[in-house]
Ligand binder design. Structure first.
Ligand SMILES: [Zn+2]
Length: 278
Protein backbone atom coordinates (compact mmCIF):
# COMPACT_ATOMS: atom_id res chain seq x y z
CA UNK A 1 0.00 0.00 0.00
CA UNK A 2 3.00 2.32 0.40
CA UNK A 3 3.03 3.19 -3.27
CA UNK A 4 -0.64 4.10 -3.01
CA UNK A 5 -0.06 6.17 0.09
CA UNK A 6 2.56 8.26 -1.69
CA UNK A 7 -0.09 9.09 -4.28
CA UNK A 8 -2.44 10.38 -1.62
CA UNK A 9 -2.91 14.14 -1.60
CA UNK A 10 -4.10 15.20 1.80
CA UNK A 11 -5.00 18.70 0.71
CA UNK A 12 -7.99 17.30 -1.15
CA UNK A 13 -8.91 14.14 0.74
CA UNK A 14 -10.13 13.19 4.20
CA UNK A 15 -11.61 16.18 6.01
CA UNK A 16 -10.35 18.40 3.21
CA UNK A 17 -12.14 16.49 0.49
CA UNK A 18 -14.02 18.80 -1.78
CA UNK A 19 -17.31 17.19 -2.65
CA UNK A 20 -18.03 19.25 -5.76
CA UNK A 21 -14.63 18.14 -7.15
CA UNK A 22 -15.20 14.52 -6.15
CA UNK A 23 -18.72 14.30 -7.54
CA UNK A 24 -17.80 16.05 -10.76
CA UNK A 25 -14.79 13.79 -11.31
CA UNK A 26 -16.64 10.59 -10.50
CA UNK A 27 -19.29 11.75 -12.97
CA UNK A 28 -16.65 12.23 -15.66
CA UNK A 29 -15.11 8.80 -14.92
CA UNK A 30 -18.62 7.31 -15.16
CA UNK A 31 -19.27 9.01 -18.49
CA UNK A 32 -15.96 7.77 -19.91
CA UNK A 33 -16.66 4.23 -18.68
CA UNK A 34 -20.10 4.27 -20.30
CA UNK A 35 -18.58 5.55 -23.54
CA UNK A 36 -15.94 2.79 -23.60
CA UNK A 37 -18.13 -0.06 -22.38
CA UNK A 38 -19.66 -0.90 -25.76
CA UNK A 39 -16.42 -0.36 -27.63
CA UNK A 40 -13.59 -1.58 -25.42
CA UNK A 41 -15.01 -3.41 -22.44
CA UNK A 42 -11.60 -4.19 -20.89
CA UNK A 43 -10.38 -0.59 -21.10
CA UNK A 44 -13.62 0.60 -19.58
CA UNK A 45 -13.04 -1.59 -16.55
CA UNK A 46 -9.48 -0.32 -16.20
CA UNK A 47 -10.64 3.30 -16.52
CA UNK A 48 -13.30 2.68 -13.88
CA UNK A 49 -10.86 1.15 -11.39
CA UNK A 50 -8.00 3.59 -11.92
CA UNK A 51 -10.27 6.63 -12.18
CA UNK A 52 -12.13 5.90 -8.96
CA UNK A 53 -8.87 5.07 -7.16
CA UNK A 54 -7.30 8.36 -8.20
CA UNK A 55 -10.33 10.38 -7.16
CA UNK A 56 -10.31 8.47 -3.85
CA UNK A 57 -6.61 9.08 -3.23
CA UNK A 58 -6.12 12.53 -4.67
CA UNK A 59 -9.54 14.14 -4.42
CA UNK A 60 -9.81 14.69 -8.16
CA UNK A 61 -8.65 13.36 -11.49
CA UNK A 62 -9.01 16.21 -13.96
CA UNK A 63 -6.24 18.78 -13.50
CA UNK A 64 -7.32 22.09 -11.98
CA UNK A 65 -10.70 20.75 -10.90
CA UNK A 66 -10.53 22.74 -7.63
CA UNK A 67 -10.45 25.91 -9.68
CA UNK A 68 -13.58 25.30 -11.69
CA UNK A 69 -15.70 22.76 -9.80
CA UNK A 70 -16.89 25.19 -7.11
CA UNK A 71 -17.96 27.65 -9.79
CA UNK A 72 -19.78 24.93 -11.75
CA UNK A 73 -21.56 23.91 -8.58
CA UNK A 74 -22.41 27.51 -7.79
CA UNK A 75 -23.86 27.91 -11.28
CA UNK A 76 -25.77 24.62 -11.19
CA UNK A 77 -29.33 24.41 -9.91
CA UNK A 78 -28.26 21.76 -7.38
CA UNK A 79 -28.57 23.09 -3.82
CA UNK A 80 -25.21 23.85 -2.30
CA UNK A 81 -26.16 21.86 0.83
CA UNK A 82 -25.86 18.64 -1.19
CA UNK A 83 -22.14 19.15 -1.13
CA UNK A 84 -21.81 20.47 2.37
CA UNK A 85 -23.32 18.23 5.04
CA UNK A 86 -23.07 21.07 7.51
CA UNK A 87 -23.11 24.68 6.54
CA UNK A 88 -19.60 26.07 6.31
CA UNK A 89 -18.41 28.47 8.97
CA UNK A 90 -19.37 31.97 8.23
CA UNK A 91 -22.31 30.89 6.17
CA UNK A 92 -24.28 29.38 8.98
CA UNK A 93 -27.94 29.44 8.22
CA UNK A 94 -29.69 27.79 11.14
CA UNK A 95 -32.40 30.39 11.27
CA UNK A 96 -32.46 31.79 7.75
CA UNK A 97 -30.05 34.53 8.71
CA UNK A 98 -26.83 34.78 6.77
CA UNK A 99 -23.97 35.00 9.19
CA UNK A 100 -20.44 35.66 8.19
CA UNK A 101 -17.17 35.20 9.98
CA UNK A 102 -15.51 38.44 10.97
CA UNK A 103 -11.76 38.55 10.76
CA UNK A 104 -11.35 40.91 13.66
CA UNK A 105 -12.90 43.54 15.86
CA UNK A 106 -10.97 45.87 13.59
CA UNK A 107 -12.83 44.89 10.41
CA UNK A 108 -14.36 48.34 10.08
CA UNK A 109 -11.27 50.23 11.16
CA UNK A 110 -9.32 51.33 8.16
CA UNK A 111 -5.76 52.06 9.09
CA UNK A 112 -2.99 50.66 6.95
CA UNK A 113 -0.69 48.09 8.47
CA UNK A 114 2.36 50.29 8.16
CA UNK A 115 0.81 53.04 10.29
CA UNK A 116 -0.26 50.50 12.90
CA UNK A 117 3.25 49.07 13.17
CA UNK A 118 4.85 52.50 13.23
CA UNK A 119 2.59 53.64 16.06
CA UNK A 120 2.99 50.38 17.97
CA UNK A 121 6.76 50.60 17.86
CA UNK A 122 6.70 54.31 18.78
CA UNK A 123 4.64 53.35 21.83
CA UNK A 124 7.17 50.67 22.78
CA UNK A 125 4.72 47.85 22.14
CA UNK A 126 6.67 46.07 19.44
CA UNK A 127 10.33 46.02 18.58
CA UNK A 128 12.24 44.80 15.58
CA UNK A 129 15.15 42.43 15.70
CA UNK A 130 16.58 42.18 12.24
CA UNK A 131 13.66 41.39 9.96
CA UNK A 132 11.57 39.96 12.79
CA UNK A 133 9.04 41.87 14.87
CA UNK A 134 8.36 41.01 18.49
CA UNK A 135 6.08 42.24 21.23
CA UNK A 136 8.22 43.79 23.95
CA UNK A 137 8.55 41.50 26.94
CA UNK A 138 6.40 43.53 29.35
CA UNK A 139 3.60 43.88 26.81
CA UNK A 140 3.77 40.21 25.87
CA UNK A 141 3.61 39.14 29.52
CA UNK A 142 0.70 41.47 30.31
CA UNK A 143 -1.18 40.27 27.24
CA UNK A 144 -0.74 36.58 28.05
CA UNK A 145 -1.77 37.13 31.68
CA UNK A 146 -4.95 38.91 30.59
CA UNK A 147 -5.72 36.20 28.00
CA UNK A 148 -5.34 33.54 30.68
CA UNK A 149 -7.95 35.34 32.80
CA UNK A 150 -10.39 35.86 29.92
CA UNK A 151 -10.09 32.23 28.82
CA UNK A 152 -12.01 31.10 31.88
CA UNK A 153 -14.88 33.50 31.20
CA UNK A 154 -18.11 32.09 29.84
CA UNK A 155 -19.19 33.15 26.37
CA UNK A 156 -21.83 35.33 28.05
CA UNK A 157 -19.23 37.07 30.18
CA UNK A 158 -16.99 37.59 27.14
CA UNK A 159 -19.83 39.11 25.16
CA UNK A 160 -20.64 41.45 28.04
CA UNK A 161 -16.98 42.41 28.47
CA UNK A 162 -16.66 43.15 24.76
CA UNK A 163 -19.71 45.36 24.80
CA UNK A 164 -18.59 47.15 27.95
CA UNK A 165 -15.00 47.75 26.78
CA UNK A 166 -15.33 48.72 23.15
CA UNK A 167 -17.35 51.82 22.33
CA UNK A 168 -17.93 50.68 18.76
CA UNK A 169 -19.41 47.33 19.77
CA UNK A 170 -23.04 48.12 20.43
CA UNK A 171 -24.35 44.57 20.47
CA UNK A 172 -22.59 41.30 21.27
CA UNK A 173 -24.03 37.97 22.21
CA UNK A 174 -22.92 34.34 22.38
CA UNK A 175 -23.52 32.15 19.37
CA UNK A 176 -22.75 28.43 19.27
CA UNK A 177 -22.89 26.02 16.37
CA UNK A 178 -20.13 23.45 16.07
CA UNK A 179 -17.79 26.14 17.39
CA UNK A 180 -18.08 29.06 19.79
CA UNK A 181 -18.52 32.61 18.58
CA UNK A 182 -19.51 36.05 19.68
CA UNK A 183 -22.12 37.48 17.33
CA UNK A 184 -21.75 41.19 16.68
CA UNK A 185 -23.86 43.86 15.11
CA UNK A 186 -27.46 44.87 15.64
CA UNK A 187 -28.65 41.81 13.70
CA UNK A 188 -26.00 39.51 15.21
CA UNK A 189 -24.76 38.39 11.84
CA UNK A 190 -21.05 38.92 12.23
CA UNK A 191 -19.34 36.08 14.03
CA UNK A 192 -16.03 36.43 15.82
CA UNK A 193 -14.34 33.16 16.87
CA UNK A 194 -14.01 32.85 20.64
CA UNK A 195 -10.17 32.60 20.56
CA UNK A 196 -10.05 35.82 18.51
CA UNK A 197 -12.27 37.60 21.05
CA UNK A 198 -10.03 36.49 23.93
CA UNK A 199 -6.85 37.56 22.12
CA UNK A 200 -8.14 40.91 20.87
CA UNK A 201 -9.96 41.93 24.03
CA UNK A 202 -6.86 41.21 26.12
CA UNK A 203 -4.66 43.08 23.64
CA UNK A 204 -7.08 46.01 23.51
CA UNK A 205 -6.96 46.31 27.28
CA UNK A 206 -3.17 46.09 27.41
CA UNK A 207 -2.91 48.75 24.67
CA UNK A 208 -5.20 51.08 26.65
CA UNK A 209 -2.30 52.04 28.89
CA UNK A 210 -0.09 52.80 25.93
CA UNK A 211 -2.18 54.28 23.12
CA UNK A 212 -4.71 57.13 23.22
CA UNK A 213 -6.19 56.68 19.78
CA UNK A 214 -9.19 54.36 19.96
CA UNK A 215 -8.93 53.23 16.33
CA UNK A 216 -5.25 52.42 16.78
CA UNK A 217 -6.05 50.36 19.87
CA UNK A 218 -8.53 48.26 17.92
CA UNK A 219 -6.25 47.89 14.89
CA UNK A 220 -3.27 47.20 17.14
CA UNK A 221 -5.21 44.50 18.99
CA UNK A 222 -5.79 42.75 15.68
CA UNK A 223 -2.06 42.87 14.89
CA UNK A 224 -1.25 41.16 18.21
CA UNK A 225 -2.80 37.94 16.94
CA UNK A 226 0.04 37.36 14.49
CA UNK A 227 2.29 36.84 17.51
CA UNK A 228 0.22 33.95 18.85
CA UNK A 229 1.81 30.54 18.83
CA UNK A 230 -0.80 28.79 20.96
CA UNK A 231 -4.59 29.03 21.03
CA UNK A 232 -5.66 31.42 23.82
CA UNK A 233 -8.69 29.25 24.57
CA UNK A 234 -7.44 25.64 24.52
CA UNK A 235 -3.66 26.12 24.46
CA UNK A 236 -3.21 23.96 21.37
CA UNK A 237 -0.26 24.80 19.20
CA UNK A 238 -1.45 26.76 16.17
CA UNK A 239 -0.81 25.35 12.73
CA UNK A 240 -0.21 27.20 9.50
CA UNK A 241 -2.76 26.56 6.85
CA UNK A 242 -4.05 28.06 3.66
CA UNK A 243 -7.11 30.27 3.54
CA UNK A 244 -8.38 28.56 0.44
CA UNK A 245 -9.91 25.14 0.63
CA UNK A 246 -10.89 24.33 -2.89
CA UNK A 247 -14.53 25.18 -2.24
CA UNK A 248 -13.56 28.23 -0.29
CA UNK A 249 -13.02 31.69 -1.61
CA UNK A 250 -11.56 31.43 -5.07
CA UNK A 251 -8.86 33.95 -5.74
CA UNK A 252 -7.70 35.27 -9.05
CA UNK A 253 -5.42 32.96 -11.05
CA UNK A 254 -2.21 34.67 -10.03
CA UNK A 255 -2.98 35.38 -6.41
CA UNK A 256 -1.41 33.27 -3.74
CA UNK A 257 -3.85 32.04 -1.15
CA UNK A 258 -3.38 33.80 2.17
CA UNK A 259 -1.55 31.90 4.88
CA UNK A 260 -3.51 31.45 8.07
CA UNK A 261 -2.90 30.43 11.67
CA UNK A 262 -5.50 27.90 12.72
CA UNK A 263 -6.32 26.22 16.03
CA UNK A 264 -6.72 22.54 15.13
CA UNK A 265 -8.76 21.86 18.27
CA UNK A 266 -11.22 24.77 18.14
CA UNK A 267 -11.14 24.53 14.32
CA UNK A 268 -11.06 28.28 14.15
CA UNK A 269 -8.85 30.72 12.37
CA UNK A 270 -6.61 32.88 14.55
CA UNK A 271 -4.85 35.01 12.00
CA UNK A 272 -4.65 35.58 8.27
CA UNK A 273 -1.40 36.78 6.77
CA UNK A 274 -2.56 38.68 3.74
CA UNK A 275 0.09 37.97 1.17
CA UNK A 276 -1.81 38.93 -1.93
CA UNK A 277 -2.24 42.61 -1.18
CA UNK A 278 1.14 43.33 0.27
ZN1 LIG B 1 -8.20 26.31 20.44
Amino acid sequence: MDALETLRDESYTGANRCWPCTVLNLGLVGALVMFLRGRRPRSSLLVAVVGVAIVYLRGYLVPYTPEFAPRLVAASPVPDEWFHGEPAHGETSQDDVTRRENESLADDVEIDGETVFRELSAAGVIEAEGEQLFLTTTVDTAWHERMAELTDDSLDALAAALQASLPEVDAAEPYVDDAEWIALGADHTQLLPRPVVVAELAAYEVLGERLDDERLRVAGAEAFRMFLDRCPVCDSELVESSAVSCCGGHLGPRQDPDETLVCPTCEQRLYTFELSDS
